[in-house]
Design a protein around this ligand. Sequence first.
Ligand SMILES: Nc1ncnc2c1ncn2[C@@H]1O[C@H](COP(=O)(O)OP(=O)(O)OP(=O)(O)O)[C@@H](O)[C@H]1O
Ligand SMILES: [Mg+2]
Length: 358
Amino acid sequence: MIAFQDVQKYYGDYHALRGITAEIRAGEFFSLLGPSGCGKTTLLRTIAGFEGISSGAVMIDGRNMAGVPANQRPTNMVFQSYAIFPHLTVAENVGFGLRKAGLSKAEMASRVGDALEMVGLKGFGDREAHALSGGQRQRVALARALILKPKVLLLDEPLSALDKKMREQMQVELIRLQRQVGITFILVTHDQEEALVMSDRIAVMFEGEIAQLADPETLYRRPNSRRVADFIGTMNFLPAQIIGESGDTVEVEAQGFGRLVLNAEQAPGGTSGEGAVVGFRPETLTILFEGQTASDRESMAVIEEVVYYGDMTYYDVKLAGSDAAIRISMRNVFGRPVLEIGDETRVAWSPGALVLFR
Ligand SMILES: Nc1ncnc2c1ncn2[C@@H]1O[C@H](COP(=O)(O)OP(=O)(O)OP(=O)(O)O)[C@@H](O)[C@H]1O
Ligand SMILES: [Mg+2]
């Protein structure tokens, strides 16, 4: 649906987009994820036509968008600051983009009604827009974009002004909405959890470049660099040495884990370069309580810190043979004690959960 071909964007001397090459499929829920200032909004605006590019190409539906103005592109954008008109009613806001389309009153009312129903605001048409909550305003903004039946809906941090509960509710609704209308959604967010929850695929951006483009599970399980790993969720790192490589496997000596053979898929960033580390998620290690046995490997560890979250406890531990603390997350089970600082415990782990980074 969208293809970026070596897109470069300069603001004066500042190189804001550095060779973006990627494709976004029709009907996909796609997210641009990255820290503040990495170029997410800039890239989104190049699709909408609000921002020209310095070189390269942005294609939509096979057509080069060079010179095509925003209002002639099959896209529509929903902004972070809803940009709805407070003095108009909800229905007037939603129908705003159609006011010159020459529709009959009945047609207009029916299109507005459909759009409002889609975003869960059936019956809200006559309300004054200024009297809406943040979440309702965001729905109005969505309805106003959807009523124009774009092929691609561009969403720039549309939920960031909402509180946590409302945001989570709107996330689920956006997914439902996208499935219902079946068009391509491109979401900009700096919230990694939001991107993981909502997206079919995610492009992780740093400093004007795409660092990795993959589905949520691949990004989480097999990040291709320490930086991506660190940005998405929590990743533990321990120093490692590469002993040797043969065919599809890499032999490493990792602090706290000892000698291990990893397969090539566990080194998604390649194995060339200096200073290896192994990375692993907090939930891939398990603290073994009395009577439990490891299904795979087992090590000793000392508890250094305990953070109790109600449903979960985070344990910062040092594995025997390692001087770096790592985090283990454990789901709490009713009746099972929470361990204390200084306790010695056994820890189960699996070589398959490790990722090798350079
Ligand atoms: N019109 C402009 N003129 C000059 N520099 C700009 C302009 N627009 C954006 N930039 C710069 O380009 C970089 C990328 O900006 P952009 O708005 O795309 O970041 P972002 O990833 O959306 O960040 P945020 O998460 O904070 O919204 C930033 O360093 C920004 O200062
Ligand atoms: Mg932005």
